[in-house]
Design a protein around this ligand. Structure first.
Ligand SMILES: Cc1ncc(COP(=O)(O)O)c(C=O)c1O
Length: 400
């Protein structure tokens, strides 16, 4: 009898975490490695948020809390949804988990049965298909095209919907491409969803605040209020508030779904960390001006990376609206060989050889379900972005 469950055969370790670990190991062994693989800002958590956590400890906020969040945090989230997204939720429609990842996990495990299909535009964040599969469902990746800036087209969404479709997972700005949907682009998709009332919408708005050039962020239930009753709007403090290690994510949605997610959480992790919850209250209610300051730096890095990557031979890099990733195509180097004679047959070999030759860690596109391409995170020092892009130029230039 096998030790591991059948469900474990349906998931794999996260490719992004695996590559970040490999880069860390090489660095520890003395190699000059620039890691462009991690999905977290290089900025510190702002001091007012840290102070709120220290105060929470001193005030004795160190015990179990309500399973799906303290009332103060739910109130801050209700206010955030109203203020920033024009969405009205009651506290009973809000759930808080240990990171956005747990919120997604709860939502999918609470709703997906064997045979249910979940539409996932590709390239996608690595965890979506694995969580769907773990829940017993069938991920239905829908490929987007570089020419469309990796955005899902309404015709492609329409064609992917079947009677078995349970959810569309939507992520704007996107990890891994950085692509974000304008109001018009979003409306074209929500128009399709209006025609299919059995499809639920799980929108992952984790990168909401990381948009550049005056781009206006929108979320599905805001653009098409008639979808409100079947939309789970998920978000978190990890990225915009530089709080990846604190582990607080949240969602707003229909009460019955929120309650089921809480039941699941009550039997797994119970409440998210009490101290981090108080820090998140301060993050959402406190000053927001540091976000614009960080975004100015992110935008400069994005522009630098896009410009330098487009100068690398065989690389084409669209300029995305948000997040801190770019997703260049490496189609132009496939079939070429390294100086040592290794043929670049696919994007995984490209990433391995790039790491070997130049010490630059990127994540291959196949991990995100659409290649040949690779993801670069520019949430790292500007000088490292520049140096990494120079090395990529040199590596691509060396291929024959
Ligand atoms: C698109 C997307 N959703 C969700 C998450 C998970 O966020 P958290 O760290 O809060 O679990 C990430 C983190 O990388 C992400 O990129």
């Amino acid at each position: 009898m096998s030790l591991l469950s059948a469900a474990m055969k349906r998931i794999q370790p996260s490719a992004t975490i695996a590559i970040s670990n490999k880069a860390r190991e090489l660095k520890a062994a003395g190699r000059d490695v620039i890691a462009m693989a991690a999905g977290e800002p290089d900025f510190e958590t702002p001091d007012n948020i840290k102070d709120a956590a220290v105060k929470a400890i001193r005030d004795g906020q160190t015990r179990y809390t309500a399973v799906d969040g303290i009332p103060e945090l739910k109130a801050a989230i209700v206010a955030k949804f109203k203020r920033e997204n024009g969405l009205t939720y009651k506290p009973s429609q809000i759930t808080v988990g240990t990171g956005g990842k747990q919120v997604l996990f709860n939502a999918l495990l609470a709703t997906v049965d064997a045979g249910d299909e979940v539409i996932i535009p590709a390239p996608y964040w690595v965890s979506y298909p694995d969580i769907v599969q773990f829940a017993g469902g069938t991920p239905v990746p829908v490929e987007t095209r570089l020419e469309d800036d990796f955005k899902l087209k309404p015709e492609a969404l329409e064609a992917a919907i079947t009677p078995k479709t349970k959810w569309l997972i939507f992520n704007s700005p996107s990890n891994p491409t950085g692509a974000a949907y304008s109001r018009d682009e979003m409306k074209a998709l929500t128009d399709v969803l209006v025609r299919h009332p059995h499809v639920w919408i799980l929108t992952d708005d984790m990168y909401e605040h990381l948009v550049y050039d005056d781009f206006e962020f929108v979320t599905p239930a805001q653009v098409e209020p008639s979808l409100y009753e079947r939309t789970l709007t998920m978000n978190g403090v990890s990225k915009a508030y530089c709080m990846t290690g604190w582990r607080i994510g949240y969602a707003g949605g229909p009460e019955a779904l929120i309650k089921a997610m809480g039941t699941l959480q009550s039997q797994s992790t119970s409440n998210p960390n009490s101290i981090a919850q108080w820090a998140a209250v301060e993050a959402l209610n406190g000053p927001q001006d540091f976000i614009a300051a960080n975004n100015k730096i992110f935008k400069e890095r994005r522009d630098l990376a896009v410009s330098m990557l487009n100068q690398a031979s065989g690389i084409t890099c669209p300029k995305p609206e948000g997040a801190f990733y770019v997703y260049p195509s490496c189609a132009g180097v496939i079939g070429k060989s390294t100086a040592a004679g290794r043929v670049i047959e696919n994007d995984e070999i490209f990433a391995t050889e790039l790491l070997e030759a130049e010490g630059v860690a990127v994540v291959h596109g196949a991990a995100f379900g659409l290649g040949p391409a690779f993801r670069i995170s520019y949430a790292t020092a500007t000088k490292d972005v520049e140096e990494a892009c120079l090395r990529i130029q040199r590596f691509c230039g060396s291929l024959r």
